[in-house]
Ligand binder design. Sequence first.
Ligand code: NAP
Length: 253
Amino acid sequence: MTEASQRVAVVTGAARGIGAGTARRLAADGHAVAVLDLKDGDCAATVDAITEAGGQAFAVGADVSDPDQVQAAVDKVAEALGPIAVLVNNAGVIRDNMLFKMTVDDWDTVLGVHLRGAFLMSKACQKYMVDQRFGRIVNLSSSSALGNRGQVNYSAAKAGMQGFTKTLAIELGQFGITANAVAPGFIATDMTAATAARIGIGFEDFQKAAAQNIPVRRVGQPEDVAHVISFLVSDGAGFVSGQVIYVAGGPLS
Ligand code: NAP
């Protein structure tokens, strides 16, 4: 990697799971990475892993659905690391339930973190990207965007992320900024472990059952998603924009 492609990247929800894997990967690629999660203390493990491997990381706490916290966090990152060039909108929550049992709070929380969060973070970061005439935004969608029982809130949010991404690509392309979405299938993280616990199945058995329905016969790992994000934020991916890439071990319909 050349010196010119070392950038300042922000990864939201990076205390664990896919966000932590992505932050570690982008740091290994040479980027200075802001590890953002609800509380800066929660980011310590990710930051330590990056710095121990010789990379540069900065912990920052913010609720991505809160406009004031987002602005304060983005200001802090720019002051600590420099102008932001890469944003990965990864923070996420699930509040699964069948429609007839889903509360308004379950709906608002999920839409708030995923869609409002991605909107607020992208709005705050794009100014630095426009100034640099370079930017990379990657949004986490999901295979659930295609519909998933018990996830009317999450499916709506993840389908919304795809439309959001395409519109960012159209509006920001003229400034050298690309926007793409990755849509993972089953990835082994605390989120899928929580789903297994909620339906009363051991996580190992849950993964084995899921793997049987995946063409490559295994569930995904955070590194599988991080690898695709690493490509999408690279300098060489500048002609790829407004795309949704499913990272699911096979095609989805
Ligand atoms: P995870 O292990 O639950 O990690 C999500 C992270 O986001 C947590 O550290 C969480 O913090 C943080 N977060 C939640 N709300 C936040 C907020 N308001 N502001 C800032 N940070 C917040 O989840 P994951 O499995 O890695 O998922 C990462 C992304 O991939 C999500 O967008 C998810 O929807 C998407 N995805 C996951 C899968 C999968 O199979 N795992 C599949 C498709 C898409 P707390 O721990 O404090 O809540």
